[in-house]
Each structure stands twice: as structure tokens, then as C-alpha cells.
Write a protein that binds this ligand. Structure first.
Ligand code: ZN
Length: 492
């Protein structure tokens, strides 16, 4: 079905619904969803080709120029007005169609990960960009979300739905920057609900917590001297960093088990015969609540100051690059997403796709000892039940920050071999094939369906908001990013 017949079909069903009883109306909503799904099926090859491009570019955080432009082009060609380079980030954009309320935003990520290059092949092999790959599946993420927004636009254009649809192009998720600085610039806050999805090894509505995080660099300054001839004249900034890390490692015994603190030394001196005058250590400080993160951040900053005293160096700068807040879950929205995903069903895999995923599982597991058995599915074919209670937090996402201002709903769709971790080569491999295409179309259908429910059922929208208000509580949104600090121009 092309866009025109779709629009006409919609108009017919909608004009019926206004004069019909509630039962007919409900039936019409289901009909609208089916039309959106078949429209998305008709767009599959366009979406697939967009994914192929973004997947091949594999551009990393804040460098996603071509990927961002590809999504913008698709949206502009479909009638969206596009505002590019928002919130001080050249690859961030907002594409809007329609006007008034309800306003629903859909999030599109598109950044790749450095060091995980991989071809669309089931065995390890260098991909089109030898420096990076879509190991978190953000190429399919971005394109799937764009597809959902395009489907909703078709319905608004046909008069089936009233309101606004926005597609947010949110760069640099892997470094937790994009949405944080877009939020600080005022985006998302006027929307009623935000939807998103993430590639996964299984199909499920999101109903889980995420960890809050502070992303901080500690910079020490000492003074250089010949490390053998006159070491007493120098002061080692690296000593400052090392003493700080020792202090933090002793601190670990006295923090809650949900905390995760990890660091890398990003500057440690040039060569051994020069006392290092500069050193830098980069910390991720995580916990289940941002309040705890702030407590640990303050403690670690005290440790850094003490380490500077011990080494007679200076703690030159504490740079909070970014921060992420824990996710506020909204049960009502998760339930409806689950219902829609169940109606759509898991992607239907071809034998070749199953064989491809099975090979990636085997090849990936070899160095670590296999846990894959004959019973392990190659690709998930089921919809996971919605958990009774929200799943505990492990990773972090900047989607969490938005959830403090607006209800956020999401889902995961099987996009690579079952049981495989994200940020690994098999994810790059599978999302560059038809496995990725099927996943992104399923995700687009589910988000479009949930959006249709929200646009057409004011009572449901109200329940979602009430549920969110209850989950959110009235705690203030804390921040440790200095007021007015612009988004970083690059990740260094
Ligand atoms: Zn991701």
C-alpha cells in the first residue's frame, strides 16, 4: 500500500468513528494500528537502505554528521520540518509534524562505538568503518524510531489523529551527552509522552530501572623534573592520580552494593624519565539513585583533594562532563506497549537468519567457554512476559533524564543472537543484515501503535500521566553540571 491509499483508508475509518459508538471507535483504533503496520511494511525497503547507510558510516559520539543527515533527509522528504544543530550539538535535531496537543516525541539514537568494527558477517571480520561499529545497534534504533514517527505523520496528514509528532535526533548516547544537553536547552519538556526502543536479544516492553551516573574527569598538576638526576625538584601529577585511586578503592567497602565506580587513566605522563607534570583520571560514578551518586561524587572529590595534598600536587580541575538520572518507570505505559507488541508478534525469522545468529553465538562464545546449548534459541521468537516489578538497574541511559520531566515508554526487540551482550561484534554483524531490518520494523510498529493509543484515548493518556506523577514523586531534579555549561563539542 502506498502513502496515498493509506491516507484515504484512514480518512474513511476515522470519519466513521466520530459518529460511532465507543465500541466501534475502539475497533477503529485497532484498524488504524493495522493500517499503520501495513504502511510500515510498505516502507521496509526505504528503512532498510537508511539503516545500511548509517550502519556503514558507524560514526561515534558527536561525529555522527552523515548519520544525522540521513535521518533528517528521510524526515524532511516525508513532510517534517527539521531544526538541525540544536542544543549546541551539530548532530542533534528535532523534526516536527502537526500542531497542538497531544504532543508525542520519539527518540532516535545513531552513534556507534569505537574499536568494535565488524562486517555483516557471522564471523569476526573488519567492517566498512575499521575504527568503529554499531555494537549497541543504534543504527537500527534511529531508523526504527524514524519509521514510527513517519507512520504517525501519515495519520495526522490523513486527519485520523490530531496533535504533534516529533522525532528527536539525540546524538552521543554512548557518552551520555545528547539528551542531557537537549533537556538542559528545554527540549522534551512540552511533550506529553516520549517513546523509544532499544535493540535487544529479546522482545519485551521496557519495565526496568537504570543506574544514575556522574561522568567526571579529575585533572592533577605537578611539576616536571629529570626523574633520575633531580627527582626531588619535581612533583608527580601521576602520584596524585594513583593516590586518589587507592583512596577510592578503600572507599568501596563502605558504599552500598548497587554502586559501581570505574575509572581509566587518560593522562599519565609522557615517558618514565620525566616526572609527569600533568595527569588525568576519568571516573564513572554510578548508583541506583542520583542522590547517592551525588554523595559519592562529593566523597571522591574530597579524596582527590587529599591525594593532591599527599603528593604535593594541585587538583587543577574537576570536570563534570555529564550526568544521568535513574529511569522513572510508568507501569501503565509498559502494559500497553506489551499489549501492542504481543499483537504485532516477534519478528519472523528466515532459516538463513537463524543460521547467521547461531554462528555468531558459537564464534563469540569460543574464547570464553560455551554456554549456548541446543535449547538456546538463535533468535528470540517470543514476547517476554511483563515483569511484576521493575527489573533492577544495571546499565545507564540518558533516556532516564527525560523521564524526570515526561512519562517515557519503551521496548526492546530481538535484533541479534539470544544471550549475546551489547557492545560486542555480533551485535554489529546482525544489525547490518535483514535481522536488523525486521527488528526495526517491529519496533516502529509497536511505538506507532502505542502512540495511536495515546492520541486517541484521552483517558489512557491521563492514566499514564497519573501513574508517572505517582512514580516520579516530588523530589527535585538535582544536577552537578555547572549552570550554563555548554555541551562538549567533541568526545576526548
Ligand atoms: Zn545503546
Amino acid at each position: 500500500m502506498d502513502a496515498r491509499t493509506f491516507s484515504l483508508g484512514l480518512l474513511a475509518s476515522v470519519s466513521l468513528s466520530w459518529s460511532a459508538s465507543t465500541t466501534t471507535w475502539a475497533a477503529d483504533v485497532e484498524q488504524m494500528k493495522r493500517e499503520a503496520w501495513s504502511w510500515l511494511d510498505s516502507q521496509a525497503s526505504i528503512l532498510e537502505s537508511a539503516n545500511q547507510k548509517i550502519w556503514s558510516y558507524a560514526e561515534t559520539s558527536l561525529e555522527e554528521t552523515k548519520s544525522s543527515q540521513e535521518l533528517q533527509r528521510l524526515l524532511a522528504n516525508n513532510g517534517f520540518s527539521v531544526e538541525a544543530g540544536v542544543a549546541g550539538m551539530k548532530t542533534a535535531f528535532v523534526a516536527t509534524y502537526g500542531s497542538g496537543q497531544p504532543s508525542i516525541g520519539i527518540l532516535a539514537e545513531f552513534d556507534a562505538l569505537p574499536g568494535v568494527s565488524q562486517a555483516a558477517s557471522p564471523s569476526p571480520d573488519v567492517g566498512p568503518n575499521p575504527a568503529a561499529g554499531h555494537a549497541c545497534g543504534h543504527s537500527v534504533f534511529g531508523v526504527g524510531s524514524t519509521g514510527a514517527a513517519m507512520a504517525i505523520k501519515e495519520m495526522i496528514a490523513a486527519g485520523g489523529i490530531e496533535g504533534t509528532i516529533k522525532l528527536y535526533g539525540t546524538p552521543a548516547e554512548e557518552t551520555g551527552i545528547g539528551k542531557v544537553y537537549m533537556l538542559r536547552a528545554g527540549y522534551f519538556k512540552d511533550d506529553d509522552v516520549i517513546l523509544n526502543w532499544h535493540p535487544s536479544d529479546r522482545n519485551r516492553a521496557s519495565y526496568g530501572n537504570t543506574k544514575a551516573i556522574a561522568n567526571v574527569k579529575f585533572k592533577f598538576r605537578g611539576s616536571a623534573a629529570h626523574a633520575s638526576a633531580m627527582p626531588w625538584s619535581g612533583r608527580s601529577a601521576l602520584d596524585g592520580v594513583e593516590l586518589m585511586n587507592i583512596g577510592v578503592n578503600f572507599m568501596r567497602e563502605h558504599i552500598k552494593p548497587d554502586a559501581r565506580i570505574h575509572y581509566v587513566i587518560t593522562k599519565g605522563g609522557g615517558q618514565p624519565n620525566v616526572v609527569p607534570p600533568e595527569a588525568e583520571v576519568w571516573y564513572y560514578i554510578r548508583a541506583d539513585t542520583f542522590t547517592d551518586v551525588v554523595g559519592y561524587y562529593e566523597w571522591i572529590t574530597e579524596i582527590a583533594k587529599a591525594a593532591a595534598k599527599m603528593s604535593r600536587t594541585e587538583l587543577e580541575e574537576v570536570e563534570v562532563q555529564s550526568e544521568l538520572h535513574e529511569m522513572i518507570t510508568v507501569r501503565t505505559l509498559s502494559e500497553q506497549t506489551h499489549k501492542n507488541l504481543t499483537a504485532i508478534g516477534a519478528p519472523r525469522w528466515e532459516k538463513t537468519e537463524v543460521a547467521f545468529a547461531r554462528t555468531t553465538q558459537m564464534e563469540f562464545q569460543d574464547p570464553f567457554g560455551r554456554t549456548i546449548t541446543d535449547e538456546t534459541p538463535a533468535l528470540s521468537t517470543i514476547i517476554e512476559p511483563l515483569p511484576e516489578v521493575a527489573t533492577p538497574a544495571q546499565a545507564s541511559t540518558d533516556v532516564g533524564d527525560i523521564s524526570w520531566y515526561v512519562p517515557v515508554g519503551g521496548l526492546g526487540v530481538a535484533s541479534y543472537g539470544y544471550g549475546l551482550p551489547t557492545h560486542s561484534w555480533p551485535v554489529v554483524a546482525a544489525t547490518g543484515t535483514t535481522i536488523g531490518t525486521k527488528a526495526l520494523v517491529t519496533a516502529a510498529k509497536t511505538m506507532a501503535a502505542t502512540a495511536i493509543d495515546l492520541y486517541t484515548d484521552p483517558e489512557f493518556m491521563e492514566r499514564v500521566k497519573a501513574d508517572w506523577r505517582k512514580s516520579r514523586g516530588d523530589a527535585p531534579f538535582q544536577t552537578i553540571i555547572p549552570e550554563g555549561q555548554p555541551a562538549p563539542l567533541s568526545v576526548k
